[in-house]
Design a protein around this ligand. Structure first.
Ligand code: PNW
Length: 501
């Protein structure tokens, strides 16, 4: 791969010798479409924050967080409906019963997307809306909602990208066999996949199997204590948690096979919030340290690495010892299905440096005063985006695998002014910094093809309820009014210009 960042002095001279017309075109983002491997592309484009013309500019949401209509047209409860009804689990006792009422207001929301200028929209399909019992009969009325949504998107020139699972698993399967604790869920998920793809696959080509395995396994099953996410099961042993991870990996692999069987021209990917490691100083030693941490630490070693390579990372497994999951013959080959792309959900990251220990690296704690956004877990670590993309390529050797940012976004304490405006300048600052790192990755030749901002609009933020807002559109939940924030206006211009503004 040719790395533009490594261009020699000749090219830099060529740039500085460029005509004022070229400079003007650069300033206007007019060269954004230049191929990323072009020898003529000057390094200064890294700083200009330009993006290729065919870059996927998008935004994302998820079914339980926006749809509402919890009892409409035959939908049955998901584990999140139950979790929300359990006192103390969700702030303020909030539920997804109504949420953004997107189920009924989707046409208005597509208009919002048109105004924003995105050409790609990522949403998720609710399993208990489509197969209310988790297995068996398909609820065609529920399915029809997604057909209407897809038609509406296509009519407006927006490419739909569907996530098959974004945490709202059917309560019926929780009652039957404890959801992800049972291996049976992988088969049920594959059958549900077939039901969806065989009905939507003629129009919808971009499929993502599962969103963030980490969040409904490691965060859905707690050893001896109540976890933060549904189903909220207390287990006795760590191994039980790792077993849910294994079943989710298996479900992903079988879902990939089901998609390809049901749709010949499907684009298949999955979405992982893998941990990103930033060399605290970009020296060769620290970069090596980042590569080591990236594959060996528990989360990546037990989720991303098996998905991309068909094997758990040996160091992670060794560290887990007796807590590692039981694996049956053939499982790993199923898990390591070839993918057309990888979705990367990125919010933060860890700093790392080389160390004289057995692992060869150490991660560094963030000091108390480190920049922090408006929710407890969200530090501002923009380089995490660049390094996450780079490390998939460099540490896992996946040089040809396209990567897109499936989520990146920021929580702010949004206040609507008397004039009906929202000045979420902290969100703009955050997004701008992360997008600059996206442009750096592209300028250096890494295969980053798109960006879905989380989120198109405020929505149900899981155990934080409606108090934590991640949208670039403000939602007044009393009236369901949508109010574009300053970040919306900013992103709109970024998309238009094809570069960070
Ligand atoms: C993602 N963390 O979750 C989810 O995919 C979205 O549904 C969610 O609304 C969004 O991020 C914002 O939270 C995450 O602790 C939850 O690092 C937690 C973390 C990261 C992502």
């Amino acid at each position: 791969m040719k790395k533009i960042g490594q261009l020699g002095p000749l090219n830099r001279r060529a740039f500085f010798g460029a005509s004022s017309g070229t400079l003007a075109a650069l300033a206007a983002g007019g060269l954004a479409g230049a191929p990323r491997t072009s020898q003529a592309l000057p390094r200064v484009l890294v700083d200009a924050g330009s993006f290729p013309k065919n870059f996927w500019w998008g935004a994302a949401t998820a079914s339980y967080q926006v749809e509402g209509a919890a009892n409409a047209d035959g939908r049955k409860p998901s584990v999140w409906d139950t979790f929300c009804r359990t006192p103390g689990r969700v702030q303020n006792g909030d539920t997804g019963d109504v949420a953004n009422d997107h189920y009924h207001l989707y046409k208005e929301d597509v208009k919002l997307m048109v105004e924003l200028g995105i050409k790609h929209y990522r949403f998720s399909i609710s399993w208990p809306r489509v197969v209310p019992e988790g297995r068996g009969a398909v609820n065609e009325k529920g399915m029809d909602f997604y057909k209407r949504l897809v038609d509406e998107l296509l009519d407006h020139g927006i490419t739909p990208h569907a996530t098959l699972f974004h945490w709202d698993s059917p309560q019926a399967l929780e009652d039957k066999y404890g959801s992800w604790r049972s291996r049976e869920i992988a088969r049920d998920f594959a059958d549900y996949t077939t039901a969806v793809v065989s009905r939507l696959g003629d129009k919808l080509k971009h499929w993502m199997t599962i969103n963030e395995i980490f969040c409904f396994t490691f965060m859905g099953y707690g050893v001896g204590k109540v976890p933060k996410h549904a189903p909220g099961t207390i287990v006795q042993k760590r191994k039980e948690v790792l077993q849910t991870v294994h079943h989710a990996l298996l479900a992903h692999g079988m879902s990939c096979q089901a998609i390809r069987a049901a749709s010949k021209d499907a684009h298949v990917s999955t979405v992982v919030n893998f941990d990103s490691y930033i060399p605290v100083v970009e020296t060769p030693e620290n970069i090596e340290a980042a590569k080591k941490a990236f594959v060996a630490e528990e989360h990546n070693g037990t989720v991303l690495v098996p998905i991309l390579t068909g094997a758990y990372n040996p160091q992670a497994i060794e560290k887990l010892g007796p807590d590692a999951a039981d694996v049956q013959p053939g499982d790993m080959a199923t898990i390591g299905q070839p993918l057309d792309a990888l979705g990367f959900n990125n919010y933060c990251g860890s700093y790392v440096r080389a160390a004289q220990n057995a692992r060869g690296y150490e991660t560094l704690p963030l000091p108390k005063g480190y920049p922090h956004m408006h929710t407890d877990w969200l530090s501002c670590v923009p380089e995490a985006l660049y390094w996450g993309v780079r490390l998939v390529t460099d540490a896992l050797g996946k040089k040809e695998l396209p990567i897109y940012i499936s989520e990146n976004g920021c929580a702010s304490e949004d206040v609507v002014t008397k004039n009906g405006e929202v000045f979420d300048l902290d969100r703009v600052m955050y997004l701008r910094s992360y997008l600059r790192n996206a442009s750096r990755a592209i300028a250096e030749g890494y295969p980053l093809i798109g960006y879905f901002l989380w989120s198109l609009m405020d929505n149900f933020e899981w155990s934080y309820g409606y108090n934590t807002r991640f949208g670039i559109t403000y939602v007044d939940y009393k009236t369901q009014q949508r109010i574009p924030k300053q970040s919306f206006r900013w992103y709109q211009q970024v998309i238009r210009a094809g570069r960070v503004l």
